[in-house]
Design a protein. Sequence first.
Length: 263
Amino acid sequence: MDKKKITQHIKQIVEESVKKVLREYRFEDDEEILEYLWLRPSITKLRVDLFVDDGGSYKRHGHRLFVLARNGYDKSVSEFIPFEVSQNARILDSKTSYHISYDDIFAIQDFIVMNAKVLQMLANREIGHELFMHSIKVPSYVLREGNAHLLLEMATLRKEESSLPMDIWLDEGGTYHDHAPRLKFRASREQRTTREYSSMLLTNPPTIENMPRNSPLKSEDIEALKMFVVNHLEDLLLLANGEIDYTSEFLPRIRGESEKQQD
């Protein structure tokens, strides 16, 4: 067996191992969480529950160390997203349909990266629960922190208003200068400010710039954003050129089009 086939075989074994663990440990009741420590939002300041290995479970079951995040905001949700404990905290099962926001996914990844060492130590029984709780760090950033000067340039269109799976930032007055008209969206946890966010050019078809390789955004969500640009291209360009007002003209126009599409 050549090296490539060996690598693929090992990868398959690891993936099947992860799926096996997720099937066996769905945390549907108190008895099934004995091998993991439940970190509630009151501890992590995140919006979802985390479950972390606190006794070598990953060794017993023969898979890499991961953190499980509840894939929803209600305690009744028994589906979980596995995040690798590493310096990129990637999602191990990319086929999972997310029922939490991308902002929450980024925050979970930040939490894991910041605490990778103590998470490993806890799993290896090198530290106890009390020291772990005193050692964990909580992400202090808020999406808009450090962005005040940039938010003067770009309006934030909330996903609740656009029906998109993510917030987007829109130019509303010709501030793109030497750039082509575009909107921006956060595609990875490493992107901290709107200057670092990925861009989608306001063209038909739309094109993307500065898309990170390790983005958890799903292809169907990117396609939804592209369709939004195509469907609202004229109004997006008018807004970018300062020819219409964001609040009094742009928002009513896209809401009106949405209502027509639903009818």
